[in-house]
Write a protein that binds this ligand. Structure first.
Ligand SMILES: Cc1cc2nc3c(=O)[nH]c(=O)nc-3n(C[C@H](O)[C@H](O)[C@H](O)COP(=O)(O)OP(=O)(O)OC[C@H]3O[C@@H](n4cnc5c(N)ncnc54)[C@H](O)[C@@H]3O)c2cc1C
Length: 313
C-alpha cells in the first residue's frame, strides 16, 4: 500500500520502518526536524513509565525488548545496556508493573542504595543513545525505501488523496489534528552534560530526578509539568536540575553543559492505537499517546500497526 505517516518523532519513524520493511511504500510528513521533536529530548531508557499499566503495554514492551536485544549487537544503532537503580528515601515502594518482563532485577536495601536512599531496585536495562539511535532509525527507514518530507498539516485529511492509508503519529499534537480532548502534555526538561565519569544510572521514585550516563554524555533530569505546552528552556528548572545532581554526586558539580532539551510527553489514559477512517473513507490508523514511554513501546506498537493495515487498498 501507499502509506502516509503524519509525524516524524520516534513513533512515526519506527512505524515507518516496520511498514517499509513489510513491503509498503511509506512517506513520513513531519512539521519538525528531529531535533525539534519531543523524541529528541528523551532520556530513552527502555522501560515503560507514565503510560497505561496494562497487559498490552507489557506485551508491547516485550516486543521492543526483543528488538533491543537484536540491536544491541549492532554497534552503530546506539542501543546499549546500563546498570539502572531506582530508589526511594522511604522503606518501601510500589514495584513497577513491568518488572517481571526483565530477568535480572534485584531489591536494594539500606547500604546497598546510593547515598540518601533507603530502598530500591537494580537491573540491567537497555537504553538508546538518542543522538545516535534516532538518526540511525531514520537512516534505516530511508534504506528500506521510506521518505521524509517536512510540512505542517492542518488536518489529517489534507493528504487523503495521496495515500491508500494514513497513520497518525503526531504525539501530543494529536490534540489539534485528531481533536483529542483527553491527551495532555507533561513537559520535561533535561540537561545534557559532558560525562565526568559516571557509569551507573540512578533515578528516584520520589521525584523526577535522574542521572543517566550515555557514553561521553550524561543526561540530568528532570521535570514533569502536566498541562504546560512551552518548548522553551526554563532556566530555573535548569538550575534546580543542576543543584539536585551536584547534591547527589560531587562529580556532577560545575559540569560542562552540552545542551538543554525540552519535550512534551504525550500523556493519555490509554495509548491510542486503533483503526479509524477519514471523512472520505480513507483508512486511518492512530498510534500516539505513549507518555513517558515512546522509545520503550515504539517497536511493539509499530508491529501492531502493521497487523492492522488492511490487506487491499
Ligand atoms: C524529558 C523526557 C524524558 C523522556 N524519557 C524517556 C525514556 O527514558 N524512555 C522512553 O521510552 N520515553 C521517554 N520519553 C518519552 C518519549 O520522548 C515520548 O513518548 C516520545 O518521544 C513520543 O514520540 P512521538 O513520535 O509520539 O512524538 P513526537 O516526538 O512529539 O513527534 C511528533 C511528530 O509529529 C509531528 N507533527 C505534529 N503535528 C503535526 C502536523 N500538524 N503536521 C505535520 N507534522 C506534525 C511533529 O513535527 C513530530 O515530527 C521522555 C520524554 C521526555 C520529554
Amino acid at each position: 500500500m501507499n502509506i502516509g505517516i503524519v509525524g516524524g518523532g520516534i513513533v512515526g519513524v519506527n512505524t515507518g520502518l516496520v511498514l517499509a520493511e513489510a513491503g509498503h511504500k511509506v512517506s513520513i510528513i513531519s512539521r519538525d526536524p528531529i531535533r525539534k521533536t519531543t523524541s529528541w529530548a528523551a532520556a530513552a531508557m527502555c522501560y515503560p513509565v507514565n503510560v497505561e499499566e496494562t497487559q498490552r503495554c507489557r506485551d508491547w514492551f516485550k516486543v521492543s525488548l526483543a528488538h533491543m536485544q537484536r540491536l544491541f549487537e549492532v554497534e552503530e544503532s546506539g542501543v546499549r545496556q546500563i546498570e539502572w537503580r531506582k530508589c526511594t528515601r522511604f522503606d518501601s515502594f510500589d514495584a513497577p508493573f513491568w518488572l517481571h518482563c526483565v530477568d535480572d532485577w534485584q531489591l536494594l536495601q539500606g547500604d546497598e542504595c546510593p547515598q540518601g536512599y533507603k530502598s530500591g531496585l537494580q537491573a540491567t536495562l537497555y537504553a538508546m543513545h538518542v543522538d545516535t539511535y534516532f538518526p540511525w532509525m531514520v537512516g534505516q527507514f530511508e534504506a528500506a525505501g521510506g521518505s521524509v518530507t517536512y510540512a505542517e498539516l492542518g488536518a489529517l485529511s489534507d493528504i487523503a488523496d495521496n495515500f491508500d492509508l494514513v497513520v497518525n503519529c503526531t504525539g501530543v499534537f494529536a490534540k489539534d489534528i485528531a481533536n483529542d480532548h483527553i491527551i495532555k502534555p507533561a513537559r520535561g526538561q533535561v540537561v545534557v552534560i559532558k560525562n565526568p565519569g559516571i557509569t551507573e544510572c540512578i533515578t528516584s521514585f520520589d521525584e523526577p530526578f535522574y542521572v543517566y550516563p550515555r557514553g561521553e554524555q550524561c543526561v540530568l533530569g528532570g521535570s514533569f509539568e502536566v498541562g504546560k505546552w512551552s518548548m522553551s528552556v526554563d532556566d530555573d528548572i535548569t538550575d534546580a536540575i543542576l543543584n539536585r545532581a551536584a547534591e547527589f554526586d560531587e562529580r556532577l558539580k560545575d559540569p560542562e553543559i552540552l545542551d538543554v532539551r525540552v519535550g512534551l510527553r504525550p500523556i493519555r489514559a490509554e495509548v491510542r492505537l486503533e483503526r479509524d477512517a477519514l471523512g472520505d473513507g480513507t483508512p486511518l490508523i492512530h498510534n500516539y499517546g505513549h507518555g513517558g514511554a515512546g522509545y520503550t513501546l515504539s517497536w511493539g506498537c509499530a508491529e501492531q500497526v502493521s497487523s492492522l493495515v488492511p490487506r487491499q487498498p
